[in-house]
Ligand binder design. Structure first.
Ligand code: SAH
Length: 269
């Protein structure tokens, strides 16, 4: 029966959400784990100030995957996590935003659990809520919207083949937040328009939300695509569609204080 009682000992893998970029939005639990990690494997969207919180003792691996320049494929990342879990005690898998919102965190955790690796998830603040918030857009508001839907606008490489029922989306949600949708926005907006969304529906695009380089572009279903090409607006950005965008000019005033060094600026008189 040799070999049957050979149990593989694993360290623990912590799947940590880094939030959208502003280091002040990392959870306390996430920060503690970065300070005591043996290995950190992070994605491209994790901001530098957060990477700087990692203990100098840790081995840091960038598994960043950006369109057109995949540094590691998904199965290779899962293999790496398994390999590191065999030889180290505290492994942090660090992902932008929340790891379970369009982050493939669920896939990685399933593979680890199936292999018998102890795991823990530390949620993060997702870009779809935080980027609009820093731009002055609450995703719900009693008088504007009582539902919000988070959708991926990403398609597999190649032709646009929508597998999302945009008709249903247009009917179901008062606020629509689209991740990874900048490239496909013309197609998505055409679908939403056909589904009956009025042409004057307000839309905001928020790029690099919560970071010092945050940019917003605001328009309507009718004109946002033209504005986007004129401004050469590019990813990573979330698109927010719905009446809540009307609050943008009113609530956006807090931005300089939010993007400061963590200490709120005195209120201007
Ligand atoms: N897990 C992440 C989302 C990963 S998908 C989260 O919860 O936020 C990557 C997409 O997230 C990007 O294409 C973009 O649409 C959005 N995104 C991530 N960080 C962003 C930021 N700081 N500002 C705006 N959009 C961001």
């Amino acid at each position: 029966m040799a070999g049957l009682n050979q149990t593989v000992r694993f360290g623990k893998v912590y799947l940590v959400g880094a939030g959208p970029g502003d280091p002040g939005l990392l959870t306390l639990r996430g920060k503690t784990l970065l300070e005591c990690a043996d290995v950190v494997i992070h994605d491209a969207l994790v901001s530098d100030p957060i990477l700087q919180m990692i203990t100098p003792q840790a081995e840091v691996i960038n598994a960043g995957k950006r369109r057109g320049n995949h540094s590691m494929l998904q199965p290779a990342i899962t293999d790496l996590l398994l390999q590191k879990a065999r030889s180290h005690a505290v492994i942090v898998r660090l992902k932008g935003g929340d790891p379970y919102v369009f982050g493939r965190g669920g896939e990685e955790m399933l593979a680890l659990v199936e292999a018998g690796v102890p795991v823990e998830v530390v949620p993060g603040i997702t870009a779809g809520v935080a980027a609009p918030a820093y731009a002055g857009i609450p995703v719900t508001h009693r008088e504007y919207s009582s539902s919000v839907m988070f959708i991926t606008g990403h398609e597999a490489a190649g032709k646009y083949r929508p597998d999302i029922n945009w008709q249903a989306v247009a009917r179901a949600a008062e606020t629509i937040v689209i991740y990874m949708g900048i490239r496909n926005l013309p197609n998505i907006l055409a679908e939403l328009s056909q589904a009956g969304l009025p042409n004057h529906t307000p839309i905001a695009l928020v790029r690099w939300g919560t970071r010092p380089e945050q940019e917003e572009l605001v328009g309507t279903l009718d004109d946002i695509v033209a504005k986007m090409s004129a401004a050469e607006f590019s990813a990573p950005a979330v698109a927010v569609i719905g009446q809540v965008v009307d609050l943008y000019p009113i609530l956006r005033v807090g931005k300089p204080a939010l993007l400061g060094e963590g200490k709120p600026a005195a209120t201007e008189m």
